[in-house]
Design a protein around this ligand. Structure first.
Ligand SMILES: [Zn+2]
Length: 526
């Protein structure tokens, strides 16, 4: 497969959101899209603009972001039976999303045409043709998702082929074969694709679900038979058992098949991207996930570790550093240091061998041991670096805080609290009443500091996430809190860890304010 360049199409933000327990805020979606762009993902499906406001707002927001590589794609379906594409709400919503690329889904399986659409097979073909032609006429790049393609083909190959031809003749830029129910096996994929007139059809894509655990195998089988576009999600999360996992497919293509997909140039960002999306979804990442899981390159101490130290190639199928992961047991000092040096770049050029980098590495390992995680809390990491470099300015020092929670029957619970902090040599008091402890601490901090620091007025907490770190030892469980703070234009994430949830929240809260203070205020104040 050398020299081929598979197109990577991500649907984390659309199909991926069908997964159980997965939801993202608008801001999460924007940040995930930007991270995927950085990774070199070719297409980012952003959602279904007709379905709700959050989805159409995403497209508006993305128009303001300058993407380096990726194209944003809006998703919709073919026009209604017997309707007109030019006035169909689906088609209009796709155009209003103003994305360079749109993807339309339509029926391929006759039983679905009759029972779900309740229309004729010929009308379904006209729906495909009209919908795609209208979007092509508006100058869009148009992909076509053939829903239930494999089941439809098994039922009636001639009709499935007619659906493919209707889409191709209407100008579709890629025909995506979907295994919507996820039950197709690799041998069937190979057979069906080898029966298709691939040359005549033009670019063909693949969309597999993992209901038999074969989404990756099916995708590889399809690529070997001439498909050139693949759809999947980060971490494989999606409806039911999930979608084809891009975190597994991308490194397989790049490292084992000589593929030149654009994402191959940024492969070392993959583990970070996987964990970033996990944090945003508030799902504990699967340790045993291929390539990017924490255990993917871990070795038990003893003989293995000894071989690993002498000849890692004998015990690992690829070098984990290539995907941004690291070997456990034997800490990969160099990988750790290069990450730190990269993050320090904005403060100057530091050598890996320098004293401050070694010191930071030790400190970081200690913090990670305690449960801190900086992949999705760059602002807290920035403060760690500033402290190490002596470039940190304290906004406040806590003297004490005191909170009381109260509730009377039939009314919502409230938290009342006060705190004393030192700032600019003064001891300041703040007090507040809030719906919960974090809200109250936030209010009390502002009450104390606003006269001194009016900039705090515009900072808002926009997200708060909690994770219990070692639930197997419930009595000593630590809690990790992530807080997102915004000044109305940008957002940044901070982290706190403690056995006490309020203390963990306090750390993340203060980091959120101090990050802004250090980066945008302190120098101006002199
Ligand atoms: Zn799907």
């Amino acid at each position: 497969m050398s020299g081929r360049r598979t197109i990577i199409y991500d649907t984390t933000l659309r199909d991926g959101m069908q997964g159980q327990g997965i939801s993202y805020t608008l801001e999460d979606k924007v940040q995930i899209a930007l991270a995927m762009d950085e990774m070199g993902i070719d297409y980012i499906e952003g959602g279904f603009p007709l379905s709700n406001r959050k989805e159409s707002e995403f497209f508006q927001r993305m128009r303001k972001e300058r993407l380096r590589h990726a194209k944003v794609v809006a998703f919709g379906s073919t026009r209604k039976p017997l309707g007109k594409a030019g006035t169909d709400p689906q088609i209009l919503a796709l155009l209003q999303a103003e994305t360079p690329t749109v993807i339309v889904v339509g029926k391929t399986w006759k039983a679905h045409v009759r029972e779900v659409l309740q229309t004729t097979e010929d009308e379904n073909l006209r729906m495909i043709a009209d919908s795609l032609s209208a979007l092509k006429a508006a100058g869009r790049e148009v992909f076509y998702d053939l829903e239930h393609f494999f089941d439809g083909y098994k039922d009636d190959p001639a009709y499935a082929l007619a659906a493919l031809r209707a889409a191709r003749d209407a100008g579709a830029d890629c025909l995506v074969l979907c295994d919507t129910n996820g039950g197709t096996l690799p041998g069937e994929v190979a057979r069906i694709l080898s029966e298709l007139p691939m040359k005549e059809l033009g670019p063909v894509g693949l969309h597999f679900h993992d209901d038999t655990g074969n989404a990756i195998a099916n995708t590889l089988a399809g690529l070997e038979r001439g498909a050139m576009h693949v759809q999947g999600t980060i971490n494989g999360w999606g409806e039911r058992c999930g979608n084809m996992n891009l975190c597994t497919l991308i490194p397989t293509l790049c490292l084992k098949m000589g593929d030149e997909a654009a994402a191959c140039a940024n492969l070392n960002l993959l583990t970070g991207l996987s964990r970033f999306v996990a944090e945003k979804a508030n799902i504990i990442p699967d340790k045993r996930q291929p390539y990017v899981g924490e255990a993917a390159f871990s070795h038990k101490a003893g003989q293995h570790a000894d071989v690993i130290s002498k000849a890692p190639r004998l015990m690992e199928h690829v070098d984990g550093a290539l995907v941004g992961n690291e070997r456990r047991v034997l800490l990969s000092e160099l990988a750790g240091k290069s990450t730190i040096v990269k993050k320090m770049a904005r403060y100057g050029d530091y050598e890996k061998s320098s004293e401050v980098v070694s010191r930071l590495l030790v400190e970081l390992k200690e913090l990670e041991e305690k449960g801190f995680e900086y992949e999705a809390a760059e602002a807290s990491f920035d403060l760690v670096i500033r402290r190490a470099l002596g470039q940190y300015k304290s906004l406040l020092e806590l003297s004490n805080y005191h909170l009381e929670n109260y509730k009377s029957a039939g009314t919502p619970a409230k938290t009342v609290g006060r705190l004393f902090v030192r700032a600019n040599g003064n001891l300041l008091m703040g007090a507040s009443v809030g719906d919960g402890p974090v809200d109250t601490l936030n209010g009390a901090l502002r009450d104390a500091l606003l006269p001194l620091h009016p900039f705090l007025q515009k900072l808002k907490l926009t997200d708060y996430r909690v994770r219990v770190l070692n639930p197997e030892r419930a009595t000593a469980a630590r809690v990790r809190v992530f807080i997102t703070t915004s000044d109305g234009e940008q957002t940044w994430d901070t982290v706190g860890v403690d056995e006490n949830i309020i203390e963990a929240s306090w750390q993340a809260l203060v980091d959120g304010l101090e990050y802004y203070y250090n980066n945008f205020v302190a120098n101006g104040e002199g």
